[in-house]
Design a protein around this ligand. Structure first.
Ligand code: G3P
Length: 494
């Protein structure tokens, strides 16, 4: 069944070359250029993606613009039905899609299946939630100086064409989290998957197409960010941009795009603060889970721990013990492997090692790990770390956690607040009131008390401040972000 269902999306060579979808059909680019998708597991080429031309981007955007008004005027219950059907198709192909993720981005079986299940549930939730989004009316006489002479009827309408750019670490889920709210609110979407994760992205597009998304309403264009990114995001046909990826890329896109609405989730460098009254066993478990899940390649991963010397002396042995129990580095296809598989490429692994070695040069000490083989980076714990060292100053997308010893918890707040990033922070304390008070002083999107940073559950608001993002995601928040208010004012002379 997968072969038949997905037959049009590739040329069936070994390895296959995947086609792009311009909203009207599955095509090979006239550029004749492709980019390789290489598995991080054994370096095998899994497939090739088209590098589309500027004219093909123009065409996808033109198709999207043409199809959008009709799509927005399609009854909501029909759009909802198509999205529920997409979720059903995703469930139907669960095993197949998970196996693609394992090979393409090196997730373990559990992580890959988790991403697929979560995506189907997310789509259903979006499709249910959108039905409770409604406009409102406002009377004019609430404002001083006005009588009842005006009535504003305020509707939510689509922006038009949304460009959705997804990252490699959740190429299905973080694609759907943009595509689905945009479509449900009546936008058309030009989807740009990551290169690594692009095979999964092309398959996802096919599922939406087969579920009944009409021609032109959704396209999937492929090519490296360096080749097509600037042209796409700066295109005059784009009405809104939704992006997840690194902070530097986010800042660059924002400059190229100019004055269009944006919903950006960028880098994170999330701290965990362990207060003196914390349940250290809980904190140690959450630190390990938070730092090493999917090899630390989550923007919500814990990257550094702030605590005082006496707590550190008790906490560190527990963290190291937990790593022995909870983490086993290896091939993600093996059931023995726990949390740490390969990072996305050997060159990404090398960058992680460089940040470690530069930090060690500045005084950090490796407690465990610190080496790599190909794309496998050992789970690494550093102590004697300072906030200016590369492992904390930058987002390191790998299985690495740093311990910073502070003299006081005010110093911990200062370190967190002086970071360029501001996605999430965790506070471990047995006194929830203390945790809430501490949270109030932190300049981050969300604070987790007694838990590691995370995006889910997916209807919670998810946002970053500073270089960690713009706008708010989460089911209702994403639906609102993918639409705008349109007041029509009835002037009624008294
Ligand atoms: O890095 C992407 C970010 O959204 C992480 O999501 O669910 O792993 O917290 P999650």
């Amino acid at each position: 069944m997968p072969a038949e269902f997905f037959s049009e999306i590739s040329n069936h060579a070994t390895p296959p070359t995947y086609r792009f979808f311009d909203g009207a059909g599955w095509k090979e680019s006239t550029s004749a250029a492709t980019s390789d998708v290489t598995s991080p597991i054994q370096g095998e080429i899994l497939g090739r993606l088209q590098v589309v031309t500027h004219q093909e981007i123009d065409q996808a955007l033109a198709n999207a613009q043409k199809a959008q008004p009709q799509w927005e005027s399609t009854p909501l219950h029909q759009r909802v039905k198509i999205m529920h059907l997409s979720a059903d198709w995703i469930r139907h192909f669960r095993g197949y899609l998970a196996s693609l993720l394992i090979k393409e981005i090196g997730k373990t079986d559990l992580e890959a299946q988790g991403e697929i299940d979560r995506t189907a549930d997310l789509i259903d939730y979006f499709a249910d939630e959108v039905q409770s989004i409604r406009g409102e009316t406002l009377d004019s006489d609430n404002f001083p100086g006005f009588d009842k002479g005006r009535l504003a009827m305020i509707e939510r309408v689509a922006y038009g064409v949304v460009v959705a750019i997804a990252p490699f670490n959740y190429p299905v889920n973080l694609a759907a989290s943009k595509i689905v709210p945009a479509l449900l609110m009546g936008n058309s979407v030009v989807f740009k998957p990551p290169t690594q994760g692009g095979i999964s992205g092309v398959h996802l597009t096919r599922l939406f197409e087969k579920a009944g998304v009409p021609q032109g309403v959704l396209s999937c264009i492929t090519g490296g960010g360096g080749d097509i990114g600037d042209y796409l995001v700066g295109h005059s046909g784009v009405d809104m941009l939704a992006f997840t990826g690194g902070s530097d890329t986010g800042v660059h896109i924002a400059k190229q795009a100019g004055m269009v609405p944006m919903l950006f989730e960028c880098g994170g460098n999330n701290p965990a603060v362990v207060l003196p009254d914390a349940d250290l066993a809980l904190a140690a478990r959450e630190i390990v889970r938070g730092a090493f899940s999917y090899s630390g390649q989550r923007c919500t991963a814990i990257k550094y721990v702030l605590t005082t010397e006496s707590i550190l002396n008790q906490l560190l042995p527990q963290v190291l013990n937990n790593i022995k129990e909870m983490v086993r580095m290896g091939d993600p296809r093996s059931p023995e492997t726990k949390l740490v598989g390969p990072v996305i490429s050997p060159s990404a692994a090398e960058k992680i090692l460089q940040a470690i070695s530069e930090s060690v040069g500045l005084g950090a000490k490796i407690e465990i790990g610190g080496k790599r083989k190909d794309a496998l980076v050992e789970p690494t714990v550093l102590t004697h770390v300072k906030s200016q060292m590369p492992v904390v100053a930058h987002e390191i997308f790998g299985p690495l956690v740093s311990f910073i010893q502070v003299a006081s918890f005010d110093e911990a707040s200062e370190i967190i607040n002086s970071s360029n990033y501001g996605l999430q922070a965790s506070i471990f304390t047995r006194d929830e009131g203390t945790g809430i008070n501490f949270a109030k002083n932190l300049k981050v999107g969300s604070v987790q008390i007694n838990g590691s940073p995370q995006r889910g559950p997916d209807h919670f608001p998810f946002l970053g401040v500073k270089h960690s993002g713009v706008g708010v995601q989460g089911v209702r928040y994403s639906l609102e972000a993918m639409s705008r208010l349109k007041p029509v004012v009835l002037n009624k002379p008294q």
